[in-house]
Design a protein around this ligand. Structure first.
Ligand SMILES: Cc1cc2nc3c(=O)[nH]c(=O)nc-3n(C[C@H](O)[C@H](O)[C@H](O)COP(=O)(O)OP(=O)(O)OC[C@H]3O[C@@H](n4cnc5c(N)ncnc54)[C@H](O)[C@@H]3O)c2cc1C
Length: 441
């Protein structure tokens, strides 16, 4: 196909939004360049399963080039976009400039430490496959180090796993960690008792899952507690140091601290020169373009848009996918000389998983908790996994671990066999620390 004279559409980011935009534009008389800094698409809703050794990275990721293999007018480019020249209509990579007629920016979001970036090495967040592997390393290593410390009958540093933030990611991490400690590893160690590990969730607000109706927040708290998680609400973590956290006046030793408290938009958003909200998300027009640049669209987690009722479109995969489709739809309308149409988010329901057979689902007037919600979560998420092979593999892995309590991806990778603050905490008196600890209230 002769493509030189065709409109060139550059899509940055092959996440949920970017992939749907590129797919929707495929088979149109346009040339699409899909650029991502990774060569794979990550199915983020299942990252917590990689972080907790339930699934392997390859089961929740797929090569972008493979996903796009049948779309002849889509080229896939590996590279990190660093800037734009909106006047000249080009995107800038370190060694390359790519011109566009239309631009769709879909670079998502990452974690935010509320101005405390120095906490990141002690409390990793979960956004990428690399993050998930690092969290898995820390969690499994904590049990190994405790077993080694106890081999001569000595006491070990406290096996406290702290999750900061009671949104969906914090809740699913805490619930699954409890399952690992209390069921999966329960009988595999000889000197320590993994069942005595404590999983502690801190949420600064008055309830966990604040975006869900109150009855589901309450149900989620009860389901977590049933799994053995200690849930503390209205409890803000004020300081994180190697191997310990502070909640108000209380300091608590923590073998592993996980950060699930804040989100900030991709830094590329600010480079577009359009207004952004407090989280750095670009305030887009109803047609998803940015002010003064109708040829530039921003979608997904990077975009900030209110629906007709004044409610913000949430940062979830279905919203990003719908916006990807809609940006493509408006470009098609431009090319046909038709007026653009405003985006409307169709909320089909919100589901949050908590752990084994535990979840909550908000379908508007219908609220569901427990096993049924969990089944709904499982099937919906597996259905949306990219790639047929992945769906089958994930379903089999999941069914296997459900019935056997095995978590087959328990690999500690890399050479780093240290945890921040672990060695130091061995010399601290556990009594002194736990006596005044927040969890004993
Ligand atoms: C742990 C976790 C669990 C979640 N669970 C759920 C869930 O259960 N249900 C749900 O609906 N949503 C869930 N979400 C949210 C959902 O994943 C996001 O809303 C969705 O991924 C947003 O899609 P996006 O296309 O905007 O961005 P992303 O999917 O984040 O994709 C952004 C892409 O841009 C690329 N990129 C970033 N910067 C650059 C750059 N400078 N140059 C080139 N490429 C770049 C990235 O590599 C990435 O591929 C979860 C998110 C996380 C982190």
């Amino acid at each position: 196909m002769q493509t030189n004279h065709l409109p060139r559409i550059v899509v940055i980011g092959a996440g949920f939004g970017g992939l749907l935009a590129a797919r929707s534009l495929a088979n149109n008389p346009v040339k699409v360049s899909l650029i991502d800094r990774r060569n794979y698409h990550t199915f983020q809703p299942l990252l917590y399963q990689v972080a907790t050794a339930g699934l392997s990275p390859g089961e929740i990721a797929a090569p972008i080039r493979w996903i796009m293999r049948n779309f002849r007018n889509v080229e896939v480019l590996l590279g990190e976009v660093q800037d734009f020249d909106l006047a000249r209509k080009t995107v800038k990579l370190p060694d390359l400039e790519i011109p566009y007629d239309y631009l769709i920016v879909a670079t998502g979001a990452s974690h935010a430490y509320f101005g405390h970036d120095e906490w990141e090495p002690f409390a990793p967040g979960l956004k990428s496959i690399d993050d998930a592997i690092e969290i898995r390393r820390r969690v499994l290593l904590a049990f190994e180090l405790a077993e080694r410390q106890s081999v001569h009958g000595d006491s070990h540093s406290p096996l406290n796993f702290v999750v900061v933030g009671g949104g969906p990611t914090g809740v699913e991490l805490a619930g699954t960690l409890a399952e690992i400690a209390h069921r999966v590893l329960a009988h595999e160690f000889r000197s320590i008792d993994p069942k005595r590990a404590r999983i502690i969730l801190y949420e600064g607000g008055p309830r966990i899952l604040p975006a869900y109706p109150e009855d589901l927040s309450q149900s989620a708290k009860e389901q977590l507690e049933k799994l053995g998680v200690e849930v503390h609400t209205s409890a803000s973590v004020t300081q994180i140091e190697p191997g310990a956290i502070h909640v108000g006046e209380t300091r608590l030793l923590a073998a592993v601290v996980l950060w699930a408290a804040g989100v900030s938009a991709s830094p590329l958003g600010k480079k577009l020169g359009a207004p952004v909200d407090r989280a750095g998300r670009v305030l887009v027009n109803p047609d998803l373009s940015i002010p003064e640049h109708p040829e530039v669209f921003v979608i997904g987690d990077l975009a900030s848009l209110q629906d007709k009722q004044g409610k913000g479109v949430p940062g979830v995969a279905p919203a990003a996918m719908q916006q990807g489709k809609w940006a493509a739809h408006n470009i098609e309308r431009d090319l046909k000389g038709q007026p653009r149409e405003p985006f409307n988010y169709w909320n089909k329901g919100n589901l949050a998983t908590i752990g084994r057979a535990a979840a909550v689902a908000d379908f508007g007037k219908i609220h569901v908790s427990g096993f049924i919600a969990w089944l709904a979560w499982l099937f919906i998420h597996i259905f949306f996994l990219i790639g047929f092979r992945n769906r089958i593999v994930v379903l089999i892995s999941w069914a296997w671990s459900y019935f056997t309590y095995e978590r087959g991806a328990r690999l500690i990778t890399g050479d780093n066999m240290q945890l921040p603050g672990w060695t130091e905490s061995q010399h601290e008196s556990p009594e002194a620390v736990t006596a005044g600890s927040a969890d004993r209230k």
